[in-house]
Design a binder for this molecule. Structure first.
Ligand SMILES: [Zn+2]
Length: 71
């Protein structure tokens, strides 16, 4: 299947943030058809997202782990 859209350089397969104690929290993002599957390595939180999976990962890291510092 040809693709005319270039891959966005900012896309990655994980989102990592540090909390105020310097601990790293990671949400992994994997492709699952048209959706993305998000899995938090810290608390096993899972979610599927079709749009903006990285934004949802950042929201989870901030709300659940107070991890907002980008490495
Ligand atoms: Zn979590």
């Amino acid at each position: 299947m040809p693709s005319t859209q270039p891959e966005r350089a900012m896309q990655s397969s994980k989102v990592s943030r540090w909390d105020q104690h310097g601990r790293e929290h990671i949400v992994r993002v994997s492709r699952s058809g048209v959706q993305r599957a998000l899995v938090c390595e810290t608390c096993d939180w899972r979610r599927r997202a079709q749009f903006l999976p990285w934004l949802k990962a950042e929201e989870h890291l901030a709300e659940a782990h107070q991890a907002t510092v980008s490495p």
